[in-house]
Design a protein around this ligand. Structure first.
Ligand SMILES: [Zn+2]
Length: 477
């Protein structure tokens, strides 16, 4: 099998990404254009992401359910903005069981319509509120330009859908989820996201307002990594989601929806990866520690393997793998696990056995720089500490990279330059006209109006009119 070399990130970031995803066996191309197969290693990462989020959703009162994949076409037509936003990318089923269907069915691009329909049936009184349901599933959007994990026809995600009795309660829920996404990204994936509000032109089709977490990738482009929408009463009115309040008056509910998808795997890869391949954050890495035994003959093997077995037992609380492949050299194995981004590698050779030590290699510092010799004693505590350090190092490095590529241009001319290789953090008057012009000129879009604002007022970077908020502009995936 011919091994074509992975380009460096500087040579060709886009091809580096594709090759790393394929060669680390995270995903592969499916026979249908734009579809992906998530391979076991990629799915194991997704399962850890799922657990991390699911734990947080449940701790805040949410429950899981499953709604159908097929939705009557007419449901999508009930909310005008929603159908306009989604109709260009719908996959439609017109034949079932060999017969033309009376009403075409769409494969869900998102589930507001079917879930709204069910909520209108289930919700009767203020006593039924709030409804806090999440579902883990897949959706289909007929995308034209696709990339593994980042944009595929079918992808996996969670979508939460909640119903409330007031605007403020729905807004509180929308922001609660944004906080959950932010905490998950930073605390478990070491991806330093910026939470903020979407501009009107970038918001979800049919929402009152949308919030997002935005991350800077290794090529400085932004990736929208999770979104939370306050749907106001738009969907409640379209789907008749009503309840009797405490004074027996019929009221429309206030609803929210929020999602984070397998796209986040792309965020992890492009935030942390280096020229050697993936670097996976320890808390969600499918394999946290790989042990590579090193021996040249049977005599050395009989020295080394009992120590490896002891380590395997001592590290049972971690997700570990012992690389026992006998037909491969240690050097090949090192490269292989580096490509797959395992945060910590332990090497055990005859000399280590003699000295009562082991060699540890941190993935985030490839080569000699990340290697050190540690005692075999109390290995569990030492490994836990190293993994905690790796998480912090990955996070800090990503923050440093991001902050070094966020600029505060003094005028529009400078904005045009900085968005070629970074983000501009600039005052914006809020007029979609200015936003559009900037997009036309530079391909940079408003990523978010961050929740944390510097305060005061400024002049819009495009038109010079007074502006109350600063916004991130950048090119995005
Ligand atoms: Zn303006």
């Amino acid at each position: 099998m011919a091994e074509d070399k992975i380009p460096t990130r500087n040579e060709n970031f886009s091809e580096w990404y594709n090759q790393v995803v394929l060669k680390s066996e995270m995903a592969d191309y499916a026979p249908v254009r734009g579809c992906m197969v998530v391979r076991p290693y990629g799915w194991a990462l997704w399962e850890n992401i799922q657990q991390s989020l699911d734990r947080r959703f449940k701790a805040t009162g949410h429950v899981n359910a499953a709604f159908p994949l097929l939705i009557p076409m007419s449901f999508l037509e009930k909310e005008k903005e929603h159908v306009e936003g989604f109709s260009p990318e719908l996959a439609v089923v017109t034949i079932g069981g060999g017969e033309k269907l009376e009403e075409p069915l769409v494969i869900r691009p998102t589930s507001e319509t079917i879930i709204g329909t069910m909520y209108s049936k289930w919700i009767k009184s203020y006593r039924d509120l709030p409804v806090l349901i999440n579902q883990w599933g897949n959706v289909v959007r007929w995308e034209m330009r696709t990339r593994l994990f980042l944009r595929t026809l079918e992808f996996y995600w969670q979508e939460g859908h909640t119903a409330h009795s007031s605007h403020d309660e729905a807004e509180e829920e929308t922001l609660r989820i944004l906080k959950i996404y932010t905490n998950f990204a930073i605390d478990d994936a070491a991806v330093p996201v910026i939470p903020g509000k979407k501009s009107d032109s970038e918001k979800f089709a049919g929402a009152l307002r949308s919030y997002t977490i935005e991350a800077m990738m290794g090529d400085t482009r932004a990736l929208q990594s999770g979104t939370s929408h306050n749907l106001g009463q738009n969907f409640a009115k379209a789907f008749n989601i009503q309840y009797l309040d405490q004074t027996n008056q019929l009221q429309y509910c206030w609803t929210t929806s929020w999602g984070l998808s397998t796209r986040f795997i792309g965020a992890i890869i492009m935030t942390h990866g280096d020229d050697q391949g993936l670097i996976l954050p320890p808390k969600i890495a499918p394999i946290q520690v790989v042990i590579v035994p090193i021996f040249k003959n049977d005599a050395e093997k009989s020295l080394v393997m009992p120590v490896v077995e002891k380590l395997r037992a001592a590290l049972a609380d971690f997700r570990i793998k012992v690389d026992e492949r006998s037909d491969l050299t240690p050097g090949f194995k090192f490269n292989d696990w580096e490509l797959r981004g395992v945060p910590l590698r332990i090497e055990v050779g005859p000399k280590d056995v003699e000295k009562g030590t082991i060699m540890v290699a941190r993935r985030n510092f490839p080569g000699k720089a990340g290697k050190s010799s540690i005692s075999q004693h109390q290995i569990e505590g030492q490994v836990a500490e190293i993994l905690t350090d790796i998480h912090a190092e990955l996070h800090d490095r990503a923050v440093a990279f991001r902050d070094a590529h966020i600029f505060d241009p003094k005028d529009y001319g400078e904005l045009k330059e900085v968005v070629q290789n970074g983000w501009a953090f600039s005052w914006w008057c809020g007029d979609p006209e200015c936003e559009n012009k900037i997009k036309e000129d530079t391909k940079a879009t408003t990523r978010c109006i961050p929740l944390e604002q510097p305060g005061g007022t400024g002049a819009c970077i495009y038109c010079g009119k007074p502006a109350k908020e600063k916004v991130y502009f950048s090119r995005a995936y």
